[in-house]
Design a binder for this molecule. Sequence first.
Ligand code: KIV
Length: 292
Amino acid sequence: MVKAGGEGKILPHHFIKMKRKGIKIVMVTAYTYYQARVADEAGVDGLLVGDSLGMVIMGYRSTLPVSMEEVLHHLKAVVNAGPRALIVADMPFLSYEVSREEAVRNAGVMLKAGADAVKLEGGLEVVDRVEALVKAGIPVMGHVGLNPQRYLVVGGYKLRGKRAEDAASIIEAAKALEDAGAFSVVIENTAREVAAEVTKALKIPTICIGAGPDCDGQILVIHDVLGINPEPPPFARKYADLYNIMKDALGRYASDVRSGRFPSEGEFWSMSEGELRKLRQILRVSNSEAKG
Ligand code: KIV
């Protein structure tokens, strides 16, 4: 377990140093103790307790129903793994929109639970929130391009920055987030050229998802990387087929239970001869008492 801020622990300023040195930043989402542990052991630099948990853990149809309590629950599991990787907690819908005060209070709760930083979605409309959080000592990762929490007002989960005006507005938003004190920014589902321009324009690193190879780092949802989600989005790369591996393993377990092949020798334990004799004696006495 790496102590908060201890030797080797990755903190927000390390992300900026990595950009300066041209070292690519690797992030993945994590929602559980073992996901965090295995991703950290694999050498991932950052773990996002994303509001994508709404879909991949809870089976919601969007991220809108995700609550502070749900993110906190999963954040605690990730924190318990004591990762060296930076832990970023996603601010769920309605945890930062209502007022700056609510944003600071909710982000502060994430830090108290062990997050190293928070992420929130939006461009110019959240700049004052980012300023307030940074002023309160809370490191912030921005999130531009496709903002899934705003899918209802933008007309769905569409590719952003296809048109020059939209592309320019994304670049402007990313610059404003940097000026407001964000230490990095996620770019989601934009044309490659938009992400490349943002990456060139900013001193803070860009972490991309579905936005091409010209960014300072990449992030994917762990269920897509590992193939736990059998229908990953086209921009994700599946490095394992855990859905089918799990299905096969569970099918063999069910068949072993039904056939009596599980459990077998070594998978259960027995009483000593002496204790067994005593137990039989106790049972004989209680049975004869019950009859008599
Ligand atoms: O919640 C999430 O998983 C995210 C990533 C898509 C960046 O925000």
